[in-house]
Write a protein that binds this ligand. Structure first.
Ligand code: NAD
Length: 331
């Protein structure tokens, strides 16, 4: 029986990187039956909502989705589909591996850590209101349940991937109650594991990650810090085109690259599909298609070592489609 997977191309560069990834996965030997549905700006006219029920129903039924980025209007307009999906499907853990590869010009070599971001609460809960005409309040929610769950996830991931250290990052010196609770949960859960644990305040963490990223293995963070640190960390390994991601819940997983819909380069065959292809590799491993995952990953590694086979953002000459073709030829 093939694995049935919901495929959501998304907005902007989404369809370009998603179909490049689909082509590669289809040629990797993985047995997948794609159910293609869309969400985002591109369906607003037809459905009057960026997140049609049939998309949620398909993910609930298939349990696994591969999703392209979706545009969110800034300042006004509809609420983020990405945040909505994560909350509706209770995709509580956002996993963002940050790894440098030989052949890709990066600020640092031998970088290999994973950011585990809490995905359902914090400032992303979206409770905001005006206070009179000249002030606004945005509510940050931190709960013991979600903090325990995400820290446990980080330690279990460290155990599974044989990683040596978990670092919790926070701002508990200033937000003594909310981040204080997150930190207390992290310290308590850490006692159950025989894995090194430390905590670092998020501003110092940003500097430390930029200076010595090799010192980190698993970094666990509340929602906003995890989001910012993961985009920043992608800059250590070649940029947003190099950073894959996964949103994991109890029994549902939605895989999506870290980057957004990049309207500045959409439709020009300029998007780097590597983050999406690596996201596809994470998905293949999750569904047990390990052989296909290895095949795609090692083809990527072969292509990375050929300077004339990289996309423009990485200093090469290739477009999205030509890069995907190069991966297929090296598979
Ligand atoms: P972005 O990630 O789309 O782009 C930031 C910069 O990185 C741009 O210069 C872009 O050209 C470049 N870039 C991003 N991905 C690239 C790739 N694969 N190859 C080459 N260059 C790449 O961030 P943004 O411009 O702040 O956001 C654009 C839209 O995407 C917004 O509407 C935002 O809400 C949305 N967004 C969606 C998601 C998601 O769906 N998960 C995540 C982040 C942002």
């Amino acid at each position: 029986m093939p694995n049935k997977i919901t495929l959501i191309p998304g907005d902007g560069i989404g369809p370009e990187v998603i179909y490049a990834t689909k082509d590669i996965i289809d040629k990797s030997g993985a047995d997948i039956d794609w159910e293609i549905l869309n969400a985002g700006m591109c369906v607003m006219d037809e459905y009057k909502t960026p997140l049609p029920d049939e998309v949620i129903d398909s993910i609930k039924k298939n349990k696994v989705a591969l999703k392209g980025p979706i545009t969110t209007p800034v300042g006004s307009g509809f609420r983020s589909v990405n945040v909505g999906l994560r909350q509706k499907l209770n995709l509580y853990a956002n996993i963002r591996p940050i790894k440098s590869y030989e052949g890709i010009d990066t600020l640092h070599k031998n970088v290999d850590f994973v950011i585990v971001r809490e995905n359902t609460e914090g400032l992303y809960i979206g409770i905001e209101h005006k206070v009179g005409d000249e002030a606004c309040e945005s509510i940050k929610i931190i709960t013991k349940k979600a903090s325990d769950r995400i820290v446990k996830f980080a330690f279990e991931l460290a155990k599974k991937e044989n990683r040596k250290k978990v670092t919790a990052t926070h701002k508990a010196n200033i937000m003594k109650l909310s981040d204080g609770l997150f930190l207390k949960c992290a310290k308590d859960i850490a006692k159950d594991y025989d894995i090194e644990f430390e905590d670092v305040i998020v501003d110092a963490m940003s500097m430390k990650l930029v200076m010595n990223p090799q010192n980190y293995d698993v970094v666990v963070a509340p929602n906003l810090y995890g989001d910012i640190l993961s985009d920043m960390s992608s800059g250590l390994i070649g940029g947003l085109g190099m950073a894959p991601g996964a949103n994991i819940g109890e029994d549902i997983a939605v895989f999506e690259p870290v980057h957004g819909s990049a309207p500045d380069i959409a439709g020009k065959n300029l998007a780097n599909p590597i983050s999406c292809i690596l996201t596809g590799v994470m998905m293949l491993k999750y569904i047990g298609e390990n052989e296909a995952a290895l095949k795609v990953e090692s083809a990527l590694e072969k292509v990375f070592k050929q300077k004339d086979k990289l996309t423009k953002d990485l200093g090469g000459p290739l477009g999205t489609k030509e890069f995907a073709q190069a991966v297929i030829e090296n598979m």
